[in-house]
Design a protein around this ligand. Structure first.
Ligand code: HAM
Length: 427
């Protein structure tokens, strides 16, 4: 029986990796230009970390964590990056050394969801977390950076949704107001929402169930319950976005699936058809209480995370061009050793090169060279070695020249630097 990968967990094959590398390079460049530094945290964390930060009564914690029990420890594969980064921040000396820490991360996350297009059980996130800046300008700047990055990548039809959940006090008041509004309608709610009504009514606003959506349609808006401080903060965010010329919609129904958020909340979606129903490309918000709750100082925080698979689905499918390569094809035993030396010399000069020492006829070696997508093929046999030359074939131009052995690296480099002839595949 052939073994398959775990459902919802995908291999990323070499043919696809160019697009990933290109996206990762844009993400890193964008973050680093804005002063973020990379942090790498473990893939496994104590289960307790996610229960405490994401919230017990959330889909993620209730149903979606991959949990490993080992002796008396319960560990979970991280379903997201924020909790681990906050734990690392609290445990490090970063908060003593710098007033504001700007961190970014990139890596796989795990959620046992029902897989479908754009929704996987292992997926890749890139995100940032900012510690120490409470001001609304910070929120507006982050959202603006993300909108510009996605537009620059070529993602079309963006929708930028923003909302405020207020501080802990507002949230508590809103929970009550929402529950009071929904209780008389409880017969109309799904069974799941009925359970949520008492333990976490905000989650009902997230429900995809049409019955629940109808029941919450006339629910009070959280924006009406903001304290004056919360309102001033939210107005600061929308004013900042206006000044930066960032398009956005205020969406009072936006709550998102994690319980740690306070004040600003945002999500960027695409309405393009490519991506299907999983149209949220990224989401984030403030979580001003988490650092303290995890035992750290009272430091405000905001961040976001983006799903790489979803952004790749939303991007035009153009294959990323790969760097032109050199294939070294030796004929005979003596040439095989020399081929290894030539390939090494090329690589040391920065030219991607591989020697094929499996033997075979010139025809089969050339077929293999084609198969690797190489632009150049360097052929050498006993005859060439005795004459101190090699044959340099430009596979794209279908031409060949003999060059002195000593000049092979130089000549290969200059040919690779020239454009391949029009109409050739040009590798
Ligand atoms: P999230 O909304 O749960 O937020 O996930 C962020 C993004 O990750 C989503 O918008 C989506 O693109 C991608 N994503 C989530 N689940 C899946 C999945 N099963 N398959 C594919 N992609 C998925 C967070 O994770 C927060 N930690 C964001 C944050 C950072 N908030 C503050 N700081």
């Amino acid at each position: 029986m052939t073994l398959r990968a775990v459902k919802g967990m995908n291999d990323i094959l070499p043919d696809e990796i160019g697009r990933w590398h290109a996206l990762e390079a844009v993400l890193r460049r964008t973050f680093e230009l804005a002063g973020y530094r990379e942090i790498r945290t473990p893939v496994l964390e104590p289960t307790e970390l996610f229960v405490r930060s994401i919230g017990e009564a959330t889909e993620i914690v209730e149903k979606q964590m991959f949990i490993l029990k080992r002796e008396d420890e319960s560990l979970a594969l991280r379903p997201e990056g924020t909790a681990g980064v906050a734990r690392a921040y609290v445990g490090s000396t970063l908060h003593n050394r710098e007033p504001v820490s700007r961190l970014y991360y990139l890596g796989p996350m795990f959620r046992a969801e029902r897989p479908q297009r754009g929704r996987y059980r292992q997926f890749w996130q890139a995100g940032v977390e900012i510690y120490g800046d409470p001001g609304p300008g910070c929120d507006a700047e982050l959202i603006d950076m993300l909108v510009r990055m996605l537009s620059g990548l070529g993602v079309q039809n963006l929708r930028v949704l923003v909302n405020s959940l207020g501080g802990t006090e507002t949230r508590a008041r809103y929970r009550e107001a929402l529950a009071a509004y929904l209780r008389p309608k409880s017969a109309e709610l799904s069974e799941h929402a009925r359970r949520r009504l008492e333990d976490n009514p905000l989650r009902i606003l997230d429900s995809k169930n049409p019955q629940d959506q109808a029941a919450v349609a006339g629910a009070p808006s959280i924006l009406e319950l903001l304290t004056p401080e919360d309102r001033a903060h939210f107005e600061g965010v929308t004013r900042g976005l206006g000044a930066l010329g960032t398009p956005f919609e205020v969406s009072p129904g936006l709550v998102r699936g994690l319980d740690y958020y306070t004040r600003t909340l945002f999500e960027i979606q695409t309405t393009g058809a490519e991506i299907g129903s999983q149209n949220a490309l990224l989401g984030g918000g403030r979580y001003d209480a988490m650092v303290k709750e995890l035992g750290g100082p009272d430091v405000p925080a905001i961040g976001f995370a983006l799903g790489l698979e979803r952004v790749l689905l939303a991007l035009p499918a153009a294959a990323a061009a790969s760097e032109p390569r050199c294939f070294v094809a030796p004929l005979g035993e003596r040439a095989q050793v020399e081929a290894l030396v030539i390939a090494r010399e090329l690589r040391e000069a920065g030219v991607p090169a591989e020697a094929d020492t499996r033997g075979g006829s010139l025809k089969s070696l050339l077929r293999r060279a084609d198969g690797t997508g190489s632009r150049l093929c360097i052929v050498l046999g006993d005859n060439e070695i005795e004459r101190g030359i090699v044959t340099l074939k430009d596979l794209a131009a279908r031409s060949q020249i003999e060059v002195p052995r000593a000049e092979v690296v130089l000549r290969a480099k200059s040919l690779l630097a020239s454009a391949p002839p029009a109409g050739s595949s040009g590798a």
